[in-house]
Design a protein around this ligand. Structure first.
Ligand SMILES: NC(=O)C1=CN([C@@H]2O[C@H](COP(=O)(O)OP(=O)(O)OC[C@H]3O[C@@H](n4cnc5c(N)ncnc54)[C@H](O)[C@@H]3O)[C@@H](O)[C@H]2O)C=CC1
Ligand SMILES: O=C(O)[C@@H]1CCC=N1
Length: 275
């Protein structure tokens, strides 16, 4: 299977790393391009044994799947650049936040299989949570190909496109929320006099253990939390501060704001293409 990446940033690299790690593709069958950063392409070639090129025609025409991973603001110009090489058998998968399948179909002009996917950067360690929606031209084989690729870098769900703004907010952006909590835990560890390296190990194991408990226990998160929280104990003292500071509400607002932003990114592009 040959896979081409348009865009060579954080998300493209995370998927490439996962594909190579899981032996889904040989390095020689992965092609990547970016706007103009040759040094970055050289780094990716050395790191993963993949190929880089600025030959858009070869990149599109020789690929079983084209993964489009540029920022939403660059969608228009990058789509224009590749449009002349799109054929009816092209399989185009966007990982862009917010940008609708209808917008991409309009810009690609040629009726072809289009998917809108939302992975996350944990793809680089085979732990992405990916959701994907397909247009009407995606064949059974192409759907299976996408499932193979995304399942190799984590778990995959096929969804209706109208769920993708919410999923982008929840699991696309999700790793950043967890890193934010870890940053706060690391800072507090320093302030209460713990060695940074040791604190990092303790935090990591605590996260991994809690994730495994959530995945294997029959109890909901609220029950698992209760089991940690002894009346009059340390956890209760800590959680009281989170409650006083409305942290739960802040997280809910955070995810709602991210979902709104995903919608907004789509609307900006949709309104441009209606003009
Ligand atoms: N970073 C993340 O955690 C996630 C990002 N995404 C989506 O992935 C996409 C890429 O995000 P990142 O990798 O974080 O961005 P990034 O800024 O790290 O990478 C963007 C890449 O696109 C390239 N590019 C821009 N214009 C181009 C053009 N005209 N032709 C060819 N290449 C062009 C840039 O050179 C760069 O290599 C975004 O649309 C984002 O919404 C989706 C899920 C998670
Ligand atoms: O922040 C963003 O817009 C992208 C989409 C999901 C994660 N990162």
């Amino acid at each position: 299977m040959k896979i081409s990446f348009i865009g060579a940033g954080s998300m493209a690299e995370a998927i490439i790393a996962g594909l190579i790690e899981k032996n889904i593709c040989r390095g020689q069958d992965i092609f990547v391009t970016n706007r103009e950063d040759r040094e970055k392409l050289g780094q990716l070639e050395r790191r993963y044994g993949i190929q880089s090129t600025y030959d858009m025609e070869g990149l599109i025409k020789n690929a079983d799947m084209v993964i489009f991973a540029v920022k939403p603001k660059d969608a228009d110009s990058a789509l224009q650049k590749i449009q002349p090489y799109i054929q009816s058998d092209t399989f185009f998968i966007s990982v862009m936040a917010g940008i609708s399948i209808a917008f991409m179909e309009e810009k690609l002009k040629v009726p072809c299989a289009v998917a809108r996917a939302m992975p996350n950067t944990s793809a680089s360690v085979g732990k992405s949570a990916t959701a994907v929606a397909f247009n009407q031209y995606a064949s059974v084989n192409q759907r299976e190909l996408a499932a193979t690729v995304f399942s190799s870098i984590g778990i995959t769900a096929v969804v209706e496109e109208n769920k993708l703004d919410a999923i982008t907010a929840l699991s696309g952006s999700g790793p950043a929320y967890i890193y934010y909590v870890v940053e706060a835990m690391e800072q507090s560890a320093r302030e209460i006099g713990l060695d940074s390296n040791m604190a990092k190990q303790l935090i990591l194991q605590t996260l991994a253990g809690a994730a495994e408990m959530l995945g294997t226990s029959d109890c909901p998160a609220s029950e698992l939390r209760k089991a940690v929280t002894s009346p009059g104990g340390t956890t209760e003292a800590g959680i009281k501060i989170l409650q006083k500071n409305n942290v739960e509400d802040a997280f809910i607002q955070c995810i709602k704001a991210a979902a709104e932003q995903s919608k907004r990114l789509g609307q900006i592009h949709d309104s441009k293409h209606l003009v």
